[in-house]
Design a protein around this ligand. Structure first.
Ligand code: SP5
Ligand code: ZN
Length: 323
């Protein structure tokens, strides 16, 4: 299986994130995740690692606002220029409700406007890393679109599915899956099936009023889990997009069999530090087998998963049915 991966993600290594209650914890979405996966992929005979090619900004601008991408591009330089007391990472302390008419001009004003939480921390290499991550996804999609393989894996970091049209959040800056889905939609019908533990609120936002991409997210119920403000079953799209979005919120404790009644982010795994869903490695394999059985051209895009020690075996379990 062709797997697209870039070392550029290492430029994005925020020193901490902020949990509920203000607790500063080490950044869970760290480069060690990729090291654990690379170790597991090493010496597997069907693994073919490839570097991505650069697709430029156009495919990104099809799903993200230009002003938002401009913010990501210049935020770090602007942050240092205001001489913050702690410059280790850009995080705002005031967030936009988006009900007011004015778009802020100051850096921290824009940060609060373009960030939805305290886990999409920006450091010097964040934008560069996010671009490389999107290029991994696009490179994988190109192979599938050209019919050179039916299933290709994009080992993306940072992840993407929480990033909306004009906001970062949940470790995500550029919505890799949405970039690819939109890019592929000129070829035919596209569906995004999001099996990360968390609701793919960014993907939902991007395609909510579009009927060219069907979006489906299976996730922890936002009644008890992040991102709280999206992912409910009655959110089904609007305008032309009505009926083209489906959320399947799951109760805490959902295990292998319950999950499979409906149909991989690897944070659905039982021991994930962020998760309350109890899917085992074997369960991840069974989910992937059901998806692979559809025999559709498939671009598999890495999202979350923070039980680092188990990421390697879980990724192998997920990819194997597609080989
Ligand atoms: C891509 C992805 O999986 N992003 C997830 C971002 C979740 N960030 C919010 C974390 C909420 C913290 N809850 C504390 C639970 C610790 N046991
Ligand atoms: Zn997640």
């Amino acid at each position: 299986m062709k797997i697209f991966y870039s070392e550029t993600h290492r430029q994005h290594e925020p020193p901490f994130e902020v949990f509920d209650g203000g607790l500063r914890v080490p950044y869970l979405e760290n480069s060690d995740r990729m090291d654990k996966i690379l170790n597991a992929l090493h010496n597997v005979d069907w693994v073919e690692l490839h570097a991505p090619t650069d697709f430029g900004l156009d495919p990104l601008l099809a799903v993200h606002d230009k002003e938002y991408l401009d913010f990501l591009a210049s935020a770090w330089t602007e942050w240092l220029a205001i001489h913050p007391a702690d410059s280790s990472t850009l995080l705002p302390a005031t967030f936009a409700l988006r009900r007011q008419p004015h778009k802020p001009k100051s850096l921290l004003g824009r940060a609060g406007y373009y960030m939805m939480d305290l886990s999409a921390c920006i450091v010097e290499g964040t934008y560069t890393a996010a671009l490389a991550s999107a290029n991994c996804a696009l490179s994988a999609a190109q192979v599938v679109a050209e019919g050179r393989a039916r299933s290709v894996f994009a080992l993306c970091r940072p992840p993407g599915h929480h990033a909306g049209k004009d906001y970062a959040g949940g470790y995500c800056f550029i919505n890799n899956a949405s970039v690819v889905a939109s890019w592929l939609s000129s070829n035919g019908r596209v569906a995004v099936l999001d099996v990360d533990y968390h609701c793919g609120n960014g993907t939902q936002d991007i395609f909510y009023d579009r009927d060219d991409v069907l979006t489906i997210s299976i996730h922890a119920d936002p009644d008890y889990e992040y991102p709280s403000y999206a992912g409910y079953a009655d959110e089904r799209g609007e305008g032309r997009g009505l009926g083209y979005h489906h959320n399947f919120p799951l109760p805490a404790g959902t295990d292998d069999d319950a999950y499979l009644v409906l149909s991989a982010g690897m944070d659905i795994y039982a021991d994930d530090p962020l998760g309350k869903i109890k899917v085992t490695t074997a369960g991840i394999g069974r989910i992937a087998k059901q998806i692979a059985a559809l025999e559709l051209p498939t671009v598999i895009i890495m999202e979350g998963g923070y039980a680092n020690e188990a990421l390697g075996k879980n990724i192998l379990a997920f990819l194997s049915p597609f080989v």
